[in-house]
Design a protein around this ligand. Structure first.
Ligand code: DGY
Length: 333
């Protein structure tokens, strides 16, 4: 029997995907290409599986070209690059990689929160560039953490991991989420409050919600204006949750004091973007999960999901389990 054809949208280290060897025929896209590279299109009619990165848009138009497709496996916890309703209607399971990047992303969130609060990029640059005079009582003053309030928007796994870390720094915790987490409330004195109240009362606002139609542009001009002028916004979720144009106004006109961004809209953010010109905006290039262990486990889980889907088994981490109801579904739109 001939092995199923699988499209890997971007190259991955061989040792991360070793479990695929001998089970699939792999065609691999171009390193660094922002989406699905054009040379992959000719393979879509025969492809039975796709292993994608979060930068590869999987919309209905593209997936229509793959009538034999049985599984899409995303090497990410977020699946906003994939048309989930379309896959569900077609009975195609979509795999993702939750949990294994929780700690790495929560650590990075705290790193950029602290970095912005204590003005590390500015002070490190000043030291390097000869602006380190005698010890100055008023030089590079930053924000205090102990006793300040951290508002967490989206109390999923990553939001909760940030909460446990922040508690250790003496931050008071409030959160906005559709669900209540009584154990978290009890263990970390966290308080679930309405979103607007969170914005108005938090010294730090950290975003950890998924990107979907209700969170796109959540932090628009009116939301940013509700924040305290001394507050710092942290985004390690998805760029489009924050309106970039409004954020430039917020940071230049003093609606808020600073921002720390692991994700931006657009991504990558062009080097000429006004956000890069702002002293009070720290930007890192979507590195929340960029630890050796997390990235390797993400790739391994993506392979496990892919192989399960090809074998017709339930994916270990399936984002749309309701696709099973449509298994015999539509071959195409
Ligand atoms: C994800 O997995 O969705 C993250 O954004 C990758 O860091």
């Amino acid at each position: 029997m001939i092995d199923p054809l699988v499209i890997l949208t971007h190259p991955l280290p061989q040792e991360w995907i070793v479990t695929l060897e001998g089970h699939v025929r792999l065609v691999v896209g171009t390193e660094g290409f922002p989406g699905v590279s054009p040379e992959l299109l000719e393979y879509l009619p025969e492809a039975e599986g796709i292993l994608s990165l979060l930068t590869a848009r999987m919309d209905g138009r593209l997936l229509d070209l793959a009538p034999k497709l049985r599984v899409v496996s995303n090497m990410a916890v977020g699946v906003d690059n994939i048309d989930i309703p379309y896959c569900t209607v077609r009975g195609i399971p979509v795999g993702h990689t939750p949990s294994v990047l929780t700690d790495a992303t929560a650590d990075l969130t705290m790193a950029i929160l602290l970095s912005a609060a204590r003005r590390l990029p500015e002070s490190a640059r000043d030291a390097r560039e000869g602006r380190w005079g005698i010890w100055s009582p008023t030089g590079w003053l930053g924000a205090d953490l102990r006793g300040a309030t951290l508002g967490i928007v989206g109390m999923g796994k990553i939001g909760r991991a940030v909460a446990t870390r922040a508690y250790g720094f003496g931050l008071r915790l409030v959160y906005a989420d559709p669900a209540q987490y009584p154990e978290l409330d009890a263990a970390y004195s966290a308080l679930r409050i309405p979103f607007d109240e969170l914005l108005q009362t938090s010294d730090f606002v950290s975003l950890h919600c998924p990107l979907n139609e209700s969170t796109r542009g959540l932090m628009d001009a009116s939301a940013l204006k509700m924040m305290k002028p001394s507050a710092i916004l942290i985004n390690a979720a998805r760029g489009p949750v924050v309106d970039s144009v409004a954020l430039v106004h917020a940071l230049t006109e003093g609606w808020i004091s600073a921002a720390a961004l692991d994700v931006t809209d657009p991504e990558p953010l062009p080097a000429t973007h006004p956000l890069f010109e702002l002293e009070n905006c720290l930007i890192v290039p979507h590195i929340g999960s960029a630890t050796i262990g997390a990235r390797r486990r993400m790739a391994e889980i993506a392979c496990e999901n892919l192989l399960a889907g090809l074998a017709g088994e339930r994916l270990p981490h399936c984002f749309n389990p309701d696709c099973d109801d449509n298994k015999s579904g539509l071959p195409s739109r």
